[in-house]
Design a protein around this ligand. Structure first.
Ligand code: PRP
Ligand code: ZN
Length: 283
């Protein structure tokens, strides 16, 4: 049994639960408690505040956890970074009242900065030889300048709308952040095996995410031209159609190049093009 810590609510929660479900780690429904076993996989999910996840993983209260890189970096706990998950992307930035004139980091000398990430901020200021006063607040950091609690803030920025509605301007990006899968450094052999299975499933889900399965019909003399357009996995599958001189081609294409590829296929004489989402992909 592998215990995985997940944020109770907040920016990571929904996408984390979606990823686990797609990886076949479905939770027993019913009353929502702190610790919920999976009904389909030898794992249980422990719901925690994101701030508490790095330490819970380091101490072995949980075997693994899905947490923002912001908390992972801030807490400096001894854990394994198992995999970058690529979702919940945001950045940690310095922001100042929007009417302030700003030329360089020297603006911050002697200023008071409100944040929930004192350790990351301290390292950044030290690296840039800026002496400023760090004021730690948990939550609603962005209102600190307007109520006279601080001159500036250092906080998470995603869409930037929180900054705008608080008349603040982002002036330095200190670090980028995304969701991470972290693990305890001392897992038993059994738990490592389960974690590897989780990883394998996450890869399968994420590889399929930007891919589409494509089927089309084409005259045989056009097949080579069409193969050149389709950047499939290995080589496309070709099946003869009942209609003499025609074949059906099956392949996998990337979502990003979708419209470009479809356009080229049509001009190469492809017909009856069918595009289907892929749920999982094992390479
Ligand atoms: C962060 C941050 C801002 C907001 C920024 O809070 O503290 O309030 O997100 O996002 P935006 O640029 O899209 O407006 P979060 O929701 O992560 O909660 P937490 O800091 O309490 O964990
Ligand atoms: Zn938090």
């Amino acid at each position: 049994m592998l215990r995985i810590a997940v944020q109770t609510k907040g920016r990571l929660f929904e996408e984390t639960m979606e990823l686990l479900t797609e990886a076949g780690i479905k939770l027993s429904t019913g009353k929502r408690s702190l610790l919920v076993p999976s009904k389909s996989f030898p794992a249980e999910v422990l719901f925690l505040r994101d701030d508490d996840i790095p330490q819970a993983v380091a101490d072995g209260v949980t075997d693994a956890g899905i947490v923002g890189e912001n908390e992972y970096t801030e807490k400096k706990q001894k854990v394994n970074l198992v995999k970058r998950l690529g979702f919940s992307k945001c950045r940690l930035s310095l922001a100042i009242p929007k009417e302030e004139e700003y030329h360089s980091l020297n603006w911050f000398c002697g200023k008071k900065i409100a944040t929930s990430y004192p350790s990351i901020l301290e390292d950044f200021l030290k690296k840039n030889a800026i002496k400023a006063d760090i004021h730690v607040i948990n939550g609603s950091v962005e209102i600190a300048p307007s109520i006279g609690l601080a001159d500036a803030i250092f906080d998470i920025v995603s869409s930037g709308s929180t900054l705008i509605s608080n008349h603040l301007r982002e002036i330095e990006v200190v670090m980028q952040s995304e969701a991470l899968l972290i693990g305890n450094t001392n897992l038993s052999r059994e738990k490592k095996e389960i974690l590897n299975e989780v990883l394998f499933r996450i890869y399968a889900v994420q590889t399929a995410e930007d891919k589409k399965y494509i089927l089309l019909n084409a005259p045989n003399e056009k097949l080579h031209e069409i193969f050149d357009i389709l950047p499939g996995m290995k080589s496309p599958t070709v099946l003869p159609l009942a209609q003499e001189g025609w074949s059906s081609i099956h392949s996998v294409i990337s979502e990003k190049r979708f419209w470009e590829i479809i356009g080229k296929l049509k001009s190469a004489g492809a017909e009856g093009i069918l595009v289907i989402p892929i749920e999982k992909m094992i390479l």
